[in-house]
Design a protein around this ligand. Structure first.
Ligand code: NAD
Length: 493
């Protein structure tokens, strides 16, 4: 049996009902960094029941909004206090560098602070119905019991985009981190409890999505499912939820174009195309994996990218010298390697990378070198599918219209980048691209105050910003007649 229990159900920490455990592996060296409880479907059902009971009990829902906001601030303060420890957990769990993990935790903290301030500023909407005796108002109420499911690439960050607005809105919840990377979410749940989140309001189960999925989603006891992860899983959850008419938000994958015109600033374009795709070894939903570059500069631009890609220091995330870490697991590296083989067989030209690093010191980790394929086109699966690894594909264009057509020629629509020195063209491009976030002469940035989410198969909800709170709220119209009088109709009755 594991030492500390890792499941939080109804305010009590518990081991898995069947004593099941899972080893958590550091992808930088293959060592086991923790052993955590692996929930059973019965544990998941208990967690949903605890969240249901805590919601139906009414005490949390009735908590004044200022108190809920103060709780969010206390959570943010505790995360600030534990930032280094959380960043360390994120690095040994995902493989990303400590620099990246620290940025993630800073962003988590800012999300809690943002929703604390947003929710206290929300006001009811008063409607003048033309009768001074009638008070008509539209109010927001918590949507209810939420199931919050997160992926492994940004474990606590993605979870915080759900938990912070859910708490702010007055919902109760079951959180399920990815089974590959649960450590920071388990630590977070302890902080939430320390901050004073009432029993049953936040429940945590962790384990295989395939095993726990039905218990968490195929139930009339859940009012909202917010899921971030892959397209196939998102479709499964949406299908299951439809049976109960449960509201679902799915934040899915991306195959994001980064469009570079010949007049773009050269140095920042090279830098940001590289960081846009190779940060976190490409395991980023909004990674700019498709370079779409103007023909007249393409050869020189790709040559410079390749030269610089070969200088990127790949290594363990805990080593301050590393600029990017390993892939999250051996299994995931195998998928990325299969895409490289596929790209070669599809006729793309391998410019650099495509292999594991030769350094024997990295042999025990699931590292893979930054990889660039030139001469790519939309007939190739490596251009159409999310490889979720450090693979950049290069397509070329000659006209603005062609750049727009290529940029939109994807079933996804999460994010896109445009680089040009011509502001008018830039504005035309950002409006023409059908993606949820479009960066002009920048790449990868976001803020808690602006919505994040995808067009098309990248998803159907929005996180962050005011819409990210509205997802967790029901709208109610209250019509209060302070001076009731006989109705106009049925006078003979
Ligand atoms: P995944 O779909 O394999 O798993 C995501 C989560 O769903 C995990 O917690 C998993 O255990 C759980 N799960 C799996 N099957 C389930 C089921 N049947 N029912 C309920 N839950 C289930 O995704 P992943 O490999 O962890 O993450 C990578 C994917 O996430 C990529 O496609 C990436 O683009 C996407 N992502 C999207 C965003 C965004 O903002 N749109 C952000 C980060 C990651």
């Amino acid at each position: 049996m594991n030492g500390n229990p890792d499941l939080l159900i109804g305010g009590a920490w518990a081991h898995a009902a069947d004593g099941g455990l899972r080893e958590i592996v550091n992808p930088a060296d293959g060592t086991v960094v923790a052993t955590v409880d692996e929930a059973t479907p019965d544990d998941a059902r208990s967690a949903v029941a605890a969240a249901r009971a805590a919601f139906d009990d009414g005490a949390w829902v009735a908590t004044p909004v200022a108190e809920r906001a103060a709780l969010l601030v206390r959570i943010a303060d505790l995360l600030e206090r534990d930032k280094e420890e959380l960043a360390h957990l994120e690095t040994v769990d995902t493989g990303k560098t400590l620099v990246e993990s620290r940025i993630d935790i800073d962003d988590v903290i800012s999300v809690f602070r943002y929703y604390a301030s947003l929710v206290v500023g929300q006001a009811d909407r008063l409607i003048d119905v033309g009768d001074p005796a009638v008070l008509s108002r539209v109010v927001r109420e918590p949507i209810g019991v939420c199931v919050l499911i997160a992926p492994w690439n940004y474990p606590l960050l993605q979870m915080s985009w759900k938990v912070a607005p859910a708490l702010a809105a007055g919902c109760t919840m079951v959180v399920k981190p990815s089974e590959v990377t649960p450590l920071s979410t388990i630590a977070f749940a302890r902080s939430a409890q320390e901050a004073g989140v009432p029993a049953g309001v936040l429940n945590l189960v962790q384990g295989s999505g395939a095993v726990l999925g039905a218990a968490l989603t195929d139930t009339p006891d859940v009012d909202f499912i917010s899921f971030t992860g892959g397209l196939a899983t998102g479709k499964t959850i949406a299908r299951v939820a439809a049976e109960h008419v449960t509201k679902v938000a799915v934040e899915l994958g991306g195959k994001n174009p980064h469009i570079v015109f010949a007049d773009a600033d050269w140095a920042s374009s090279v830098d940001q195309v590289l960081t846009g795709v190779f940060l976190h070894s490409g395991q980023v939903c909004s990674a700019g994996t498709r370079l779409i570059v103007e023909e007249s500069i393409a050869d020189d631009f790709v040559a410079e990218l390749a030269r610089r890609a070969e200088l990127i220091r790949v290594g363990p995330g805990l080593d301050p010298a590393s600029e990017t870490g390993p892939l999250v697991s051996e299994a995931h590296r195998a998928k990325v390697e299969a895409y490289v083989e596929l790209g070669i067989s599809e006729g793309a030209k391998l410019v650099t990378g495509g292999v594991r690093p030769s350094d024997p010191a990295l042999a025990a980790g699931s590292f893979f070198l930054p990889t660039i394929f030139d001469n790519c086109d939309r007939s190739m699966r490596i251009v159409r599918e999310e490889t979720f690894g450090p693979i950049l594909t290069v397509e070329r264009f000659s006209t603005e219209a062609e750049a727009i057509r290529l940029g939109n020629d994807t079933e996804y629509g999460l994010a896109a980048g445009v680089r040009t020195a011509d502001p008018a063209r830039g504005e035309r491009m950002v409006r023409a691209l059908r993606h949820g976030t479009v960066w002009l002469n920048d790449f990868g940035y976001y803020t808690a105050a602006a919505e994040w989410g995808g067009f098309k198969k990248s998803g159907n909800g929005r996180e962050l910003g005011p819409t990210g709170l509205a997802e967790y709220q029901e709208i109610k119209h209250i019509w209060h007649n302070t001076a009731p009088k006989p109705a106009e109709w049925f006078k003979s009755v």
